[in-house]
Design a protein around this ligand. Structure first.
Ligand code: 13P
Ligand code: SF4
Length: 352
């Protein structure tokens, strides 16, 4: 939708007043009206690195969701302030693993006598508390673009992985990229005693997957893939690894948002694609490639509602406040959590 010209002018003016003091990061799932003001766009991995590479900016305005702003705070210096334009922009997947639940899970693994064999690998889409737990127990963070490398590393450190909080990314990576079987994976349900698993199941498993999922990608189904193939002969199906295993198994290609963008850039004119990821990105890609036919994998799936909370009015309010000297919506991780979370994030950044 076209942005309100008055708001566009106000955002531009406030950004100009701030000059070098502000650096705006935009995740690929953000609205166009917000993306137009981003100094850099990226997937969550690229944005974490870009935030860390901007020591001169006093304010990092993170147009994305809460866990991304936390990660940026962890990776930037203490005098840099990370700001999230709407504090209600969370992530339902990150909320599916709380610190208490994960501590309880670790007790279950300890009681089963396997904790010392387990290396935690946590998806970037998790709270700073979960990242700190991961760092404290010798594990690493991963994103959808380096999950294979993270799992390879983890299996050099131990015999089992506890993968948090996205069961789909964990399962898809283990099966597709590491050649494991579905039987090597079990799902730990934090709402059931003992995770709903027997001690024998825990001891036999290689991958202990947390029972979390993305509320957007989790809605694509095998029917979505079959329907689009029936509707558009020759279509290539490209999906994000947060989709269910059966969707990923039926797709032609799988990759992170950054991968999807590059694949479409490289695709020949006249090719036809059905994309299984968030709608803002798919629409932007369709507009950017008028020579290719790019459709949304399933029209019943929609935007990520929390990503969409960051809109132009919130961005204008944020930039004008900062330009007026009011530090609003700062995201600040406490020092103890930060030090362990940083350990886990740095292990990720050091992956080969
Ligand atoms: P990436 O940006 O790492 O592909 O992750 C997608 C996502 O769901 C972010 O919230
Ligand atoms: Fe969370 Fe999914 Fe939205 Fe990403 S797309 S922020 S994983 S709910």
């Amino acid at each position: 939708s076209p942005s309100d010209p008055d708001l566009v002018a106000r955002a531009r003016a406030a950004k100009e007043r701030l000059g070098e003091k502000v650096f705006i990061l935009g995740h690929h799932y953000q609205r166009d009206e917000v993306i137009q003001f981003a100094d850099v766009t990226g997937d969550s991995f690229k944005l974490a690195r870009d935030a860390a590479a901007r020591p001169q900016a006093e304010y990092i305005v993170f147009c994305g969701v809460h866990f991304m702003a936390e990660s940026a705070d962890i990776l930037t210096s203490d005098d840099q302030k990370v700001v999230l334009p709407d504090l209600a922009a969370g992530c339902s997947m990150a909320d599916m693993a709380t610190a208490e639940q994960v501590a309880e899970c670790w007790d279950v693994l300890t009681d089963a006598g396997i904790a010392e064999q387990v290396v935690p690998v946590s998806y970037m889409n998790s709270s700073a508390d979960i990242k700190a737990f991961t760092g404290k127990h010798g594990g690493t963070i991963c994103t959808s673009s380096n999950a294979k490398r993270a799992l390879d590393w983890a299996f050099e450190q131990g015999q089992k992985v506890l993968f948090l909080p996205d069961q789909h990314l964990g399962r898809n990576t283990a099966v597709r990229d590491l050649g494991m079987s579905l039987d090597d994976c079990v799902v730990y349900n934090p709402h059931k005693p003992g995770g709903g698993l027997t001690v024998e199941q825990l001891r036999a498993a290689k991958m202990i997957l947390w029972r979390g999922h993305c509320s957007v990608h989790g809605r694509f189904s095998l029917d979505s893939v079959n329907d689009v193939r029936a509707r558009i002969p020759g279509v290539q199906v490209l999906v994000h690894p947060e989709c269910k295993h059966e969707v990923v198994a039926a797709a032609d290609q799988v990759g992170s948002t950054e991968y999807i963008i590059k694949a479409l850039d490289a695709a020949p004119a006249g090719s036809t694609w059905a994309i299984g990821t968030e709608l803002n990105l798919v629409r932007r890609l369709a507009n950017a490639h008028p020579d290719k036919e790019i459709v949304f994998l399933d029209r019943t799936v929609c935007f990520c509602s929390t990503m969409n909370r960051i809109d132009l009015p919130h961005l204008v309010w944020t930039l004008e406040s900062l330009a007026d000297g009011a530090l609003v919506n700062r995201i600040q991780v406490d020092p103890e959590t930060e030090s362990f979370a940083k350990l886990a994030l740095e292990r990720m950044l050091a992956l080969p």
